[in-house]
Design a protein around this ligand. Structure first.
Ligand SMILES: *[C@@H]1O[C@H](CO)[C@@H](O)[C@H](O)[C@H]1NC(C)=O
Ligand SMILES: *[C@@H]1O[C@H](CO)[C@@H](O)[C@H](O)[C@H]1NC(C)=O
Ligand SMILES: *[C@@H]1O[C@H](CO)[C@@H](O)[C@H](O)[C@H]1NC(C)=O
Ligand SMILES: *[C@@H]1O[C@H](CO)[C@@H](O)[C@H](O)[C@H]1NC(C)=O
Ligand SMILES: *[C@@H]1O[C@H](CO)[C@@H](O)[C@H](O)[C@H]1NC(C)=O
Ligand SMILES: *[C@@H]1O[C@H](CO)[C@@H](O)[C@H](O)[C@H]1NC(C)=O
Length: 348
């Protein structure tokens, strides 16, 4: 940053604080291993409904990851933030600068950057700008933001769906022949489809469209986004307001961490209570069985959500209320607070 700008910020009393002209209070959430910082430095978080999208999507993993024909890189099957075990969920009250920038995919490094495939330091968080045409488009001094709608909800016109299905239906599930078919029929397809939609037709390319012959989990995946909407945020190290002077874009007001299992059990109970007839048919709760997962998404997204974009089911506010309740004081019915061993020694 230019020295004159630093001086200006310092003299105007803004050093290390979010500029009050743009200040916005925001409550965000993230699920993470218990032994990493609850303060989201170089991490992604979501607002209530944005994180609910991520959370609900996880209930698909037993089906996706067990399907041998699911060749999408299985990144989520290996994502350590999804692993069962010692996971926690954190609610962070932030004050942010509302001049948002581009969202970045920030992930826990397991030795190899999941997007760029470059080596990275194990146990640290790394952020890759999700603008692939211009990877420098994420200015880390500002908070990145992306809506779930924009990322996942493709509204496909009937004309586009017909063009795609008539041209490439036989190759719909072929990792290699489907993209080739799209290319061969690009002229006809591009008359009725926008590029992003066309590109999402072949599974493994982006996020498959939900058509009548799609896998149920592909339809549910897209339909969760239709249900929740919400937003995701990237809070970069460079933009954090700490003791140092200079421009910053996010400040932590309060953090609360609970065991992920508690949050999960409450969400599961809320859904099971809303659809007892279906769940009763599955016997003992087994979150990996097709029966249970079908009831879960049938209840949340409605009976037609497995093969169409007709989303009904539970009001998202019911799920949202169950979620926020988990973060209330224990005496008021919230989950037991998890004490972050790193709280006293957060490395920033
Ligand atoms: C957290 O725990 C996991 C598994 O127990 C371990 O592999 C990892 O290195 C730990 N990370 C940190 C930052 O301590
Ligand atoms: C990527 O960044 C460029 C340059 O900042 C911008 O013009 C473009 O709109 C961005 N694309 C997306 C998808 O955000
Ligand atoms: C898709 O359609 C829904 C419902 O009609 C609408 O709310 C949403 O804004 C549309 N999304 C896009 C990206 O056009
Ligand atoms: C969707 O699945 C239902 C069964 O649940 C079936 O009756 C219906 O015909 C399917 N819809 C389409 C468009 O294939
Ligand atoms: C749960 O369902 C999965 C998938 O059908 C099955 O492999 C597993 O054995 C079941 N677990 C129990 C405890 O029944
Ligand atoms: C959507 O699904 C619901 C529940 O199955 C059904 O009542 C409704 O008619 C469907 N709407 C459309 C437009 O198909």
């Amino acid at each position: 940053m230019a020295a004159w700008l630093l001086a200006l910020l310092a003299s105007s009393g803004l050093a290390g604080k979010v500029d009050p002209k743009y200040a916005l209070d925001l409550t965000v959430y993230h699920v993470h291993p218990a032994n990493v910082s609850s303060v989201p430095v170089d991490m992604d978080t979501g607002d209530l409904y944005g994180d609910l999208f991520f959370f609900l999507d996880e209930f698909l993993l037993p089906l996706q990851c067990a399907d041998p024909s699911y060749f999408f890189d299985k990144f989520e099957c290996q994502n350590p933030e999804h692993r069962k075990g010692d996971l926690v969920a954190t609610q962070v009250h932030l004050q942010v600068d509302s001049r948002f920038g581009n969202y970045a995919g920030c992930n826990l490094c397991t030795g190899i950057d999941p997007f760029t495939r470059k080596p990275c330091k194990k146990g640290t968080y790394i952020c890759d700008c999700m603008n692939f045409t211009d990877p420098s488009a994420c200015d880390h001094h500002f908070v990145g933001r992306e809506t779930v709608q924009k990322q996942f909800v493709h509204n496909v016109s009937k004309a586009c769906e017909v063009a795609l299905e008539e041209s490439c239906h036989p190759y719909r599930t072929s990792q290699f022949r489907c993209p080739r078919c799209l290319f061969q029929h690009r002229q006809r397809i591009m008359e009725s489809c926008d590029k992003a939609t066309a590109m999402s037709y072949c599974p493994g390319f982006a996020f498959p469209l939900c058509t009548s012959d799609s896998k149920d989990y592909d339809c549910w995946h897209m339909n969760i986004a239709r249900k929740t909407s919400g937003a995701w945020y990237s809070t970069f190290r460079e933009g954090m307001c700490d003791k140092g002077p200079g421009h910053c874009s996010w400040e932590v007001k309060k953090v609360k961490t609970i065991p992920e299992r508690c949050l999960r059990d409450r969400m599961v109970n809320t859904v099971e209570e809303a659809g007892p007839e279906c769940f009763n048919r599955c016997g003992t709760r087994n979150e990996s069985s097709h029966c249970w997962v079908s009831c879960f998404f049938g209840t949340v997204l409605g009976p037609e959500s497995h093969n169409s974009t007709n989303v009904t089911g539970l009001d998202r506010e019911i799920l949202g209320a169950s979620w926020t309740k988990a973060f209330e004081e224990e005496a008021e019915g919230g989950c037991r607070q998890f004490t972050d061993p790193l709280d006293e020694s957060i490395v920033v």
